[in-house]
Ligand binder design. Structure first.
Ligand code: FES
Ligand code: FE2
Length: 367
């Protein structure tokens, strides 16, 4: 999610009241693919967000795009309503095949997909039995909380080695979503997923979820928020916005427009944005692998703005972010970049990001 996106009409109205900070120059809206893309500002193409086949992809060089691994953090792996108690489904996130299931009592669990016995994919015919998942190949059962094998059903040897365990990804359900903790080296969570009270407040509308995939990484999307100049040249804002920026450990906060706009970040890939009088929205970017993301944006809005307010906010933000897509999906990561003095926030942000990598600035992990 980007400040970009708040360059939508409502923010423009607010901006007008505040001296035009977010007032836009004319931005073209284009339906369908653009053969000869011309930006400055970039046209808005909301269809490209949900339909990757319409996107402008010209990058052809091979090789890794980014010099860092999948970050450590909490990431959404499913909407809560996508899986019922007793259901099991395959996932692919963090460059790994995974399985998601709900135990009989409804607790969500995420395990590595491959059975430690002989490597069957647990979701290729496996089933949920109580708190466990049973492998389809020879019937071994694995506890969802610990990953430990709790039963080998066809022999009477009591001993089950500790190595007979599936990898466990700590999992929670919050904000109508299921979240898994990814840590490259299996480390424990070192921050929490915030509750968004508006998502359970009767004065706020039911959530509206927008999902899309994009060929970039968490750090690149997050860098957009501290890249003030791009708001003018990509999004067509009349001014380069100023914001107060606070960083505290894994947490960061940006405040703009005299407090009308507050964006809080928790780790790499989880942001909560409040645009006063318009919307509260949670943005989550889940790494599919080192170079691709599955984004979920969850919107609500005060009921007093009308039944369609959350949908309208979602439409505006999606239209706004569509302007970033041609940049994000075709750029490389410049390290070191060439920065102007006014752009030191980008260097600070890059330093802040390092705490979420098991191999800061280093090579990709093996295995
Ligand atoms: S491969 Fe899973 S029980 Fe044998
Ligand atoms: Fe942007």
């Amino acid at each position: 999610m980007t400040l970009s996106s708040e360059a939508g009409p409502s923010s423009a109205e607010q901006g007008a009241r505040r001296g035009g900070l977010f007032a836009q120059t004319e931005v073209q809206t284009v339906a369908g693919p653009v053969d000869d893309l011309v930006g400055l500002p970039m046209p808005q193409q909301p269809d490209t967000v949900t339909n990757p086949s319409l996107r402008y992809r010209i990058r052809r060089e091979k090789g890794p795009r980014f010099p860092f691994p999948v970050p450590n953090g909490w990431f959404i792996v499913a909407r809560a309503d996508e899986i019922a108690p007793g259901q099991l489904k395959p996932l692919h996130y963090f460059g790994r095949d995974l399985v998601l299931f709900r135990t009989a009592d409804g607790t969500p669990r995420v395990l590595g997909a491959y059975c430690p016995h002989l490597g069957a994919h647990l979701a290729a015919g496996g089933k949920v039995v109580g708190d466990t998942v049973q492998c389809p190949f020879h019937g071994w059962r694995f506890d969802g909380a610990s990953g430990a094998c709790v039963e080998v059903p066809y022999d009477d040897v009591d001993y089950i080695p500790r190595t007979a365990a599936a990898r466990v990804y700590p999992t929670i359900e919050r904000n109508h979503m299921i979240w898994a903790w990814h840590h490259l080296e299996g480390g424990e969570p070192f921050y929490d997923v915030p509750q968004v009270p508006e998502f359970h407040d009767p004065d706020w509308l039911p959530i509206v979820v927008r999902e899309f995939e994009i060929a970039t990484c968490c750090q690149e999307m997050a860098e957009n928020n501290v890249d003030a100049a791009h708001f003018r040249y990509v999004h067509g804002t009349e001014a380069i916005p100023e914001q107060d920026f606070v960083v505290d450990g894994y947490y960061k906060r940006a405040v703009a427009l005299d407090g009308l706009f507050v964006r809080e970040g928790y780790g790499l890939g989880l942001g909560v944005l409040r645009v006063q009088g318009m919307t509260t929205f949670l943005s989550s970017t889940t790494p599919i692998d080192e170079e691709n993301l599955h984004c979920r944006w969850i919107f609500t809005a005060p009921r007093s703005l009308g039944e369609k307010a959350a949908e309208e906010a979602a439409d505006r933000f999606v239209a706004g972010v569509s302007q970033d897509f041609p940049i994000w999906e075709n750029k490389i990561y410049k390290d070191p970049p060439v920065l102007r003095p006014s752009e030191k926030g980008i260097s600070e942000h890059r330093r802040w990001c390092q705490q979420f990598y098991s191999h800061p600035g280093g090579a990709r992990p093996v295995g």
